[in-house]
Design a protein around this ligand. Sequence first.
Ligand code: ADP
Ligand code: MG
Length: 274
Amino acid sequence: MDPSGAAMTDLTGKAAGLEAGGVALRIEGLSKTFGQNTVLKNVDLAVRHGVVTCLLGPSGSGKSTLLRCMAFLEEHDAGIITVYGEPLGFAPKPGGGRLRLPHAQVVRVRRAIGMVFQQFNLWPHMTALGNVSEALKRVRGLSRREAEARAMSVLERVDLADRAHHYPSQLSGGQQQRVAIARALAMEPRIMLFDEPTSSLDPELTGEVLSVMRHLAQEGMTMVVVTHEIGFAAQVASDVAFLDKGEILLRGLAKDVFAKPWHPRLADFLETYL
Ligand code: ADP
Ligand code: MG
């Protein structure tokens, strides 16, 4: 795969022949409605393996819903999501329509996905180490010793080994979010989704979280990041998609999109957040 993606301007990947190998997560014709409110309309998106895709868009445009669909925390009403070629939740039915897949298969495919939320969602009654090791014990069946050893090594990666025995209330917001990142990483996902990971932080604490994310990106982690940190997006993202009112208005290589935000809606958006 060409890591710079230089040849690719079509994020669906089809134009660049990335059908095999290059695409980590593919979304085709995805729609999602809450009651009468169609929140996502026929979304197509390919998340390339090994690079950062930034998802931009105004508040209410459907970014969180799209990420939640990628993690199957929300069921899409139409369309197909594949993760490294395997359908997530629904598979296309020969002759049209789609088929609901068995729960066990959903669980297995979803294991490839880790998610970090705006609100860190840590368990307040557990230490940092407890937060990171809990699912390793309960979901992955590791022994306490194994789980804590792995949790400790992940806490080291986010530079929090010295806070392992602190409770969330004893940690800054930036530290709590780094614990949440460690918790997701401990499950060894192949794709990490970040939903406005710095939006609830005081400005002086965003840097440490973005720095951890930058390191992950440098290590080649496949990431989808919803953020209003345009500077970060311009620096770290290879691909950008811009969502507006539930539709992808444009997508492309970050270097093209930021150099020449030709769509007026995107230009307005960038002006607001730059
Ligand atoms: P964004 O993350 O871009 O701000 P969201 O995905 O959170 O956008 O929301 C998109 C739209 O979907 C909004 O109109 C929001 O009110 C609606 N929405 C999101 N989640 C739900 C839900 N669980 N039930 C009903 N409406 C929802
Ligand atoms: Mg949101």
